[in-house]
Design a protein around this ligand. Sequence first.
Ligand SMILES: [Zn+2]
Length: 354
Amino acid sequence: MTHPFQFSADNFASNIPLPPGTESPRDEFLKALEQENTDLFHSSVASIDGALALLATGRLEQSYVLLMQAFEIALKGVLDSATQHRDAAWMARHPVIAQRLPDAERVTREKQTRDKICKKTLGSAFDEAHELLRFSSEPTRNFERVRKVRNRIMHAGGSVRRKSKCASQLVTSILPLFDELFTGLINRPLADLIGHRVARELIVAGRWFHSDESDHDDWQIAFRPFAAAWFYENPTNLGLPGRIEGEGEYNTTSEKLENLWYRFLHDRLEDHRLQQVTCHICGEPAWIFCEYELRGGPDDPSIPVSAITCTHCGLTLKEDDRGMAELHYGPITPETDGPQVADLFEHLLACQDN
Ligand SMILES: [Zn+2]
């Protein structure tokens, strides 16, 4: 069964909202990596962390290159672990790889020194690790594409024209490669390292790039929920960033922000279209705008969400970004957690009956 937070084509293609989840088994993930007895993974993990910080602040190409560097070091970590440190305990931990070692000629032909491993190119490190981990066909095809883009950015810089493609590849091609590598090596997906809250919103971004209706040129929209989740987990010393569109001022206190937001929304909308629900990112009360009409049949009524704002984690998706609001939050149903949701459904169902 696919892990619910796995970066996979199934999860990107599905329109079913992911269950909210905030469990972050990072410590167990790191403990499993430590057993591999190579410090190359420390460097890889630090680069993954750095790449996500860059992405949350909108540095797309820099994040792309750093993720590819993290992947290259992780591939070399696999080779280092498989050729330098294997003993009976290592073989017991990796029964599948152990079985493949005799066939993996290039890896076992000679005892590779750490120096030799670290001098390998990204391409040859991938080929050799592939013989042990057996990446599935889609990530293997994707690897060639992302390697070319990485080389172009490194040697010729980024391109405004290609930003959207770069953003899409980052989520739908590079992150699945990490999933395959870590699942094959320590039986843990990338989500266990970066946290399920953050992983969930990156999968939502992947879903946005997969959806036909999205205006993919505006790639930043795809990462707004991710950025809110990342800043929620990594608050800066200055507090969570928040900006009131139209008010032109920045605020750092949640209470002040909440008052401003409420006034801003209340002035623009009739009360009945503004609902308080539970934020999928931080679990605190969030405000959503919704259509005043029911979708679905009498057994499964729902109301589409058109915008959302949470003053606690800073997530903001305006009505212009409604496609993303729908992908991130999903429709409101009678089961949705919120103080006024039951009343709203009762009212709309009664209107429908009359
Ligand atoms: Zn929130």
